[in-house]
Design a protein around this ligand. Structure first.
Ligand SMILES: Cc1cc2nc3c(=O)[nH]c(=O)nc-3n(C[C@H](O)[C@H](O)[C@H](O)COP(=O)(O)OP(=O)(O)OC[C@H]3O[C@@H](n4cnc5c(N)ncnc54)[C@H](O)[C@@H]3O)c2cc1C
Length: 431
């Protein structure tokens, strides 16, 4: 059953007020010589200064979350000439593809031809070629859908993504995340924190690529999630070497895995690693590889200007505002595993721009697994090539909106399609 966002997100201003109040309380205590009577004036000054950001950025496009969709969105916006910044709470780009260890992106092809290309494909292809790996032959329709997924070296992929961000002029801020977002006349003000860093980013367009639409929730727009979600998985290698870009990593389900907040994500990691330790003890084999965190299949989805239904997905509906193709079976994992439901021959689903726009929002887009869709449609839409396609479309749309001073839904679709094609993407509809 789908329920509205149970995470009672405080209003954007409430978070900021609390931050200021806490800082002020600290300053007042210091001034009164109460809790930190013996500390120096320097300490008191530091506490007072904690109320103000140390770093301020003015950008056209801010991408929050540098995962599968996010780094593609940022590279695209940068290549389109927008001043772009990316905020990522982890230590590298790629998200579930790299940090989660699911370096097996799919599907870029359908029924004998490529349907998703662009920046995501460029990165996958270059990683494989540099790694002397093997690319699938898209002219051949595989017996099983996963046979055309691409074994990719997760380490190379993450570094190449950084190089492409640098070439596109994208500024990267790791170890940071938004603490409050505020709508302004010209876009958004986003207060971020990291260790030793407080940053205010003023941007014209904001793209939420956090996987679970965290910024959308923070901004007060509706999100949906199921009472029971698909299990997460923890990836590792037991008893054999992990050869990046050559083999699938071992994985075990983490039932109940929940990426909602740091407490639930901690719980998922503890559960996953505990199960792996039990397996090591039971099988007496060497632990050869361990990813740093759980991969989450499902959490929040946005309620967008339109919702892609499983019927839209399985019938291959070509939306009037389609910006990207998607291709994968309906793929819902449960406690008893997964039985993928392949699409009928010739069917290629599309993703409408409106599914990337939180309902009632301006200057805000999402890309990735939080796309506005019902649960079954989402189980197919969430895969990496589709997330990359959405990321590129969001990057193009945000860059065009920032340039023309409009909001994503006001950007003419023909301009979005033209710029996507210029940057190597395949666009649904008549060629
Ligand atoms: C176990 C597993 C197996 C899968 N198998 C496949 C497969 O074989 N092939 C396939 O194509 N797909 C597969 N998928 C699906 C696919 O990998 C994911 O759905 C997809 O990668 C999600 O992309 P995303 O960009 O939405 O999110 P992510 O790639 O998860 O990126 C989100 C990013 O945002 C960052 N972030 C989150 N919150 C914040 C915040 N508040 N501030 C700053 N940064 C933040 C995260 O650190 C992360 O880097 C699998 C998924 C899982 C979990």
């Amino acid at each position: 059953m789908t329920s509205p966002d149970p995470d009672k997100t405080p209003s954007p201003d409430a978070g900021r007020r609390r931050f200021l109040q806490q800082s002020f309380a600290g300053t007042a205590a210091a001034a009164a010589g109460l809790t930190i009577a013996s500390t120096s004036h320097a300490h008191a000054r530091e506490v007072a200064e904690a109320a103000e950001p140390e770093v301020t950025n003015d950008v056209d496009v801010l991408v929050v979350g540098g995962g599968t969709a996010g780094h593609v969105a940022a590279i695209q916006a940068g290549r389109a000439g927008a001043k772009t910044m990316i905020i990522e709470r982890n230590s590298q780009l790629g998200g579930t593809t790299t940090t989660g260890g699911v370096a097996f992106p799919g599907l870029f092809d359908a029924w004998g031809k490529q349907v998703i290309a662009g920046i995501g494909w460029e990165l996958v292809r270059e990683s494989v070629e540099m790694d002397q790996g093997t690319l699938p032959n898209f002219a051949k329709v595989p017996q099983r859908h996963w046979q055309n997924q691409v074994f990719t070296n997760q380490f190379l992929y993450a570094i190449l993504a950084e190089e492409k961000c640098a070439e596109a002029g994208v500024e990267i801020a790791y170890y940071e995340f938004p603490q409050a977002v505020k709508k302004t006349d010209g876009g958004w003000e986003v207060d971020c924190v990291g260790f030793g860093t407080r940053r205010k980013v003023r941007c014209k367009q904001l793209i939420d690529c956090t996987g679970g639409a965290e910024v959308v929730g923070m901004a007060g727009f509706p999100r949906l999630r199921e009472d029971e979600r698909q299990p997460g998985s923890y990836l590792f290698m037991l008893g054999e070497e992990h050869e990046p870009g050559r083999n699938q990593i071992h994985r075990l389900y983490v039932h109940g895995a929940d990426s909602t907040n740091s407490r639930t994500a901690t719980e998922a990691n503890l559960t996953g690693r505990k199960s792996i330790l039990a397996k090591v003890r039971k099988e007496g084999k060497r632990l050869m590889h361990l990813q740093p965190e759980t991969g989450f299949r499902e959490s929040y989805r946005i309620e967008g200007e339109t919702v892609v239904t499983v019927n839209d997905y399985t019938s291959g509906r070509v939306f009037e505002d389609a910006i990207s193709y998607a291709f994968y079976p309906v793929d819902l994992h449960t406690r008893s595993g997964v039985k993928p439901k392949p699409l009928k021959p010739g069917t290629v689903p599309t993703i409408p721009l409106r599914a990337l726009v939180p309902k009632g929002s301006r200057d805000l887009l999402v890309a990735g697994r939080c796309v506005s869709s019902d649960r079954l449609a989402n189980s197919g839409l969430r895969v990496q090539a589709s997330c990359m396609g959405m990321g590129q479309a969001a990057g193009v749309t945000a860059a065009l909106a920032a340039k023309s001073g409009s909001t994503p839904r006001e950007v003419p679709l023909a301009e979005i399609h033209a710029l996507l094609k210029e940057h190597g993407q395949i666009v649904p509809g008549k060629a």
